[in-house]
Design a protein around this ligand. Sequence first.
Ligand SMILES: C[S@@+](CC[C@H](N)C(=O)[O-])C[C@H]1O[C@@H](n2cnc3c(N)ncnc32)[C@H](O)[C@@H]1O
Length: 328
Amino acid sequence: MAEITPDPIMRIALGFMAAKHLFVASAIGLFEQLAAGPATLEELAAKCGVPRRTLGISADAMASLGLVERDGDRYRNSPTAMAFLSGGGGADLRPMLRFFDRISYSLWLNLENAMRVGEGERQFHRFSDEQQQIFSAGVEAFSAGAAAALAANYDFGQHRRVLDVGGGTGSFLIPILRRYPTLRGTLFELPGACAVARQRLAGVPEGARITVVEGDVFQDKLPDGHDVLIVANTVHVLSAAHNLELLKKMRAHAAVGARLLLVDLWMDPSHTQPPAAPLMSGEFLVISGEGQAYGEDTADEWLAQTGWRKLERRPLAGPPSVIIAEAA
Ligand SMILES: C[S@@+](CC[C@H](N)C(=O)[O-])C[C@H]1O[C@@H](n2cnc3c(N)ncnc32)[C@H](O)[C@@H]1O
């Protein structure tokens, strides 16, 4: 019989230390400074502007987690850190780490209370300008892989106008419109997120084909005239009752045959897969006050109740997948 040890508990309990070490290593520029090549602690300390002793604590923690490799007295980025944390072009997860560190980390202090009372506090309407920037950039970094996969794997050539409800900074619209040069887009968002989206869209050519509309999906009219509607990573910030209201409202707005694309961390019937989803349920609860990750089975019930006919669910990059439905 295999020996039962406390190791799994210790590994999980130390997880918050691993995460915080990672946020700080990224914040002080450890991976960025190693982008040019291996360096000693002395060299790194000077480049990061951090005392050698505490830089050593950070570098050794990252080495123990496999994000930095050590060869004698020199440290270098692991291939994963080089690809996603060094700022060397391509996918960059540093804005997501910044969001988790600067916004989520302190919100998780509210998790126990939210669990006990059944809801948390809604943060979206109370972000400062700086927090909104950090949140929106972090979500965009989180969404980048799934957004690129949706643009590549779903045929938007059959559509003319796409509406992205809760569209963030245009994380989905930008790669989709980049691939489909005649497609036009509308981004519907709360005012704070719209301010960041306008800045972001002003810097890319696709921005000229995207109209930004400020509004609250539960208070305001949705923009008309779209034949494909996206809701990406927004179902999980809403309660079941709000999702039913949203899907009903979108169906009332859509012509028969219009497509609905629901991108989220849809869970399997056991609600344990993909593993990121049940963990991130806590994040969605503390940041929105009412959200959580949902199962595909739950989405199926909502769609059937609100006049949408489900066509399929397709995997995207990483944990998110897309449920494709049609206005019946
Ligand atoms: C997790 S973000 C997803 C952003 C983007 N769709 C993406 O996947 O990168 C959820 C977004 O929903 C927006 N949101 C939340 N409640 C909303 C509401 N009542 N009306 C409009 N947008 C809302 C938030 O401002 C936030 O940008």
